[in-house]
Design a protein around this ligand. Structure first.
Ligand code: GZL
Length: 335
């Protein structure tokens, strides 16, 4: 017997209701948003993070490499990054940090241009419950005002520069020094570290030290002054970064001396242009200072936001590079 039309309609209705029940049942088992594979319920993921970053400026190739690393890592991880370039002014960094606090970001990263003058604004961040991560440079504040400092051991970089210089001069000679930005952690510590080692060489004398502010232009200008005063008496130049060394190389050549031969040069950072200068025989060594801190910064930021304990200092791994390896290594250099 053929079922009636009414029966068919009823059966269709039952099937539709059964299908709806199955789908809703299936929907109930599948969460509305797929969690990221390693997410833990209640924990933030990179895609949840809002990070304020106060960068001090764009004074050197090192700084450009550092900024690129931060921005590229944020892009790759899906972190919302609020980035501020202070153009070498501490007051701009302080303004940026206050803006991040007002925006209630999850974490603030900062590379302090100088060591002092941060206690008040860092306290404001602490009062707002926003952790501060020091990246690259350190700040002279009580340890409870920042969560961690990730960056290089600048004192050891200074020691390594002195060891290389003492070897190049065979323990005897006159040195001039191009310091970094006054009151900055790298300048203060590279100054100290260099002298810790050089004091063991009574035949080596530092006859002049002046800030070139980590820039090529200022490094050249200050070196021109050293050459006017001391000329061919100078046996060695210690530059707190490669950019100042490259500026000084131009000054030495314009003066009529041979950089890397008449004046031995040791600098810090290990940027690509330093490797080229070593290939050209104009620079005798560069001490690595790694700016590629972006991925590690966001990894630590996420750990901090999710309540994990992190070390108070997270040091960078770094090497020392010489002319004989420069040609082979230059293609591998990422900043
Ligand atoms: C060091 C960094 C310094 C570099 C310079 O970590 O703060 O600042 O050595 C840069 O090149 O300008």
């Amino acid at each position: 017997m053929k079922p009636s039309k009414a029966a068919m309609r009823f059966l269709g209705l039952v099937l539709l209701m059964a299908l709806a029940a199955c789908q809703s049942g299936a929907a109930a088992q599948v969460p509305e948003v797929e969690p990221t594979p390693d997410a833990v319920p209640g924990e933030k993921t990179y895609q949840d993070l809002v990070v304020g970053y106060s960068q001090l400026g764009a004074e050197s190739e090192w700084r450009t490499g550092n900024t690129d690393s931060i921005k590229e890592a944020a892009e790759e991880l899906g972190v919302e990054l609020l980035f501020s370039d202070a153009q070498q002014k501490q007051e701009n960094q302080i303004k940026a940090i206050r803006t991040f606090i007002a925006q209630q970001v999850d974490v603030i990263g900062v590379s302090p241009i100088v060591e002092t003058g941060w206690e008040s604004v860092f306290q404001e961040a602490k009062d707002a419950g926003i952790p501060i991560i020091l990246v690259d440079r350190a700040a002279d504040v009580p340890e409870n005002l920042y969560t961690t400092h990730m960056g290089s051991d600048f004192v050891e970089e200074g020691r390594n520069a002195a060891r290389v210089m003492a070897d190049l001069l065979d323990g005897q000679g006159i040195i001039v020094e191009l310091m970094g930005t006054l009151d900055s952690a790298p300048a203060n510590d590279r100054y100290i570290g260099f002298r810790e080692v050089i004091e063991d060489y009574p035949g080596i004398h530092i006859i002049a030290t002046e800030s070139g502010d980590f820039t090529r232009a200022k490094g050249k200008e200050v070196m021109e002054g050293f050459l006017r005063l001391y000329g061919s008496q100078i046996d060695g130049l210690y530059a707190h970064n490669d950019d100042m060394a490259i500026g000084a190389i131009q000054a030495i050549e314009e003066y009529g001396l041979k950089p890397g031969e008449d004046i031995k040069i040791v600098s810090i950072d290990a940027i690509r242009d330093a490797f080229q200068a070593m290939i050209d025989g104009k620079l005798n060594a560069t001490i690595e200072c790694n700016p590629l801190l972006g991925p590690k910064f966001f990894e630590v930021a996420l750990q901090v936001v999710n309540g994990e304990t992190v070390p108070k200092w997270i040091p960078s791994e770094e090497g020392v590079y010489f002319p004989e390896d420069a040609a082979e290594l230059l293609p591998t250099r990422r900043y």
